[in-house]
Design a binder for this molecule. Structure first.
Ligand SMILES: C[S@@+](CC[C@H](N)C(=O)[O-])C[C@H]1O[C@@H](n2cnc3c(N)ncnc32)[C@H](O)[C@@H]1O
Length: 325
């Protein structure tokens, strides 16, 4: 089957049926956010298999994800830590481990345990020697009231990056879709900025991103906003239809001039390190740089190139970038 027929399509059906028809080594990034086997109320799928059945099913789509990913490509899987421990044993046999990304977000209490407070995103390279990867940055976190940097950099302020730190493997600045008016009728829609970060970190414009559990379309929407191609698979006709409608109405291209960035309310929330030299001329940067402690960089509106920003807010509030730790 030619890949072209699938590009920029939401394909409704069992993901395994489609995955098995896709060519080996053909997709730049595969990202999966599968059902967690926690009895969630999806329309079509009964999210409560016996553990061994669930894991055997997971191994079959993980194997397909790795097969179709290019040698330069990445494989990412989002789930609760419990299942990721099994997934990593599977993936370690097929691909090269890069990171366990901890996404700091409250999860459901599970009885007599520590309160679960992160989801994991397993990040694998099909071949670590060939993998395409871009370092990414997020804005410095500041005190909401006083505007000062939250982190004490001591005597190192002179060497701070004006935009913000490199993103680590703990993501604390991306929040769940909070407000119902921004949520789709889906029990576990991911925030679009999470996927935009994944896509900026692993792809170039024009690359292809595939999500076998598309839900209401977050991965596809993020890819489209960032000038990437997508293939979305979703078993539930209602979710597939919501995803298609959202994609059809989305006109946003998330970039400043020629640079693709993740934007929220006109503010950049993730950028690639290598793109900063192209963006920095459009920012007023404190001089001396140590003043960044209390003075944030700001975009100089008069000198901005064309910038098309998000039309929707996706449930975020501006304060989300200023969370006090
Ligand atoms: C955790 S949700 C994904 C949510 C998605 N990341 C979003 O932001 O909307 C898992 C999705 O997988 C779908 N699904 C379950 N089994 C599937 C299968 N065999 N093939 C394709 N999709 C499936 C469910 O209907 C559900 O929408």
């Amino acid at each position: 089957m030619m890949l072209d027929t699938y590009l920029n399509q939401v394909i409704q059906g069992d993901c395994l049926d489609t995955l098995r028809t896709l060519p080996t080594d053909s997709i730049d990034v595969t990202f999966a956010d599968p059902p967690f086997n926690l009895k969630k109320k999806y329309h079509t799928v009964h999210d409560s298999l016996e553990m061994q059945d669930y894991l055997a099913w997971c191994e079959s789509w993980i194997t397909e994800m790795v097969r179709i990913t290019k040698p330069s490509g990445s494989i990412l899987v989002h789930n609760i830590p419990r299942w990721l421990t099994y997934y990593s044993a599977m993936l370690n046999r097929m691909a090269d481990f890069k990171h366990w990304i901890a996404w700091d977000a409250p999860t459901a209490p599970m009885g007599k345990t520590l309160q679960p407070s992160h989801y994991g995103i397993l990040f694998y390279a099909k071949d670590a020697r060939q993998q395409q990867f871009f370092e990414i940055r997020y804005p410095h976190k500041r005190c909401r009231k006083c505007g000062y940097l939250l982190k004490d950099y001591g005597g190192k302020k002179a060497s701070l990056h004006p935009f913000g730190p490199l993103v680590s493997d703990v993501w604390t600045d991306i929040h769940r879709v909070k407000h119902n008016k921004y949520r789709d009728q889906h029990p576990c829609q991911l925030p679009i900025h999470l996927l935009e970060r994944v896509i900026l970190m692993t792809t170039e414009a024009g690359d292809v991103v595939l999500d076998p559990f598309l839900g209401t379309g977050t991965t596809a929407l993020a890819a489209q906003r960032l000038g990437r191609a997508f293939i979305g698979l979703e078993i539930d006709p209602t979710y597939a239809s919501i995803a298609r409608q959202k994609l059809a109405h989305e006109t946003t291209r998330s970039r400043i001039g020629a640079v693709w960035v993740s934007l929220f309310l006109d503010a950049v929330v993730t950028l690639r390190d290598k793109d900063w030299p192209m963006l920095s001329p459009f920012y007023a940067i404190p001089d001396p740089i140590q003043a960044i402690d209390h003075t944030a960089i700001s975009r100089e509106s008069g000198s901005l190139p064309v910038c098309t920003t998000h039309t929707e807010q996706n449930g975020y509030a501006q304060e989300d970038l200023f969370v006090e730790e």
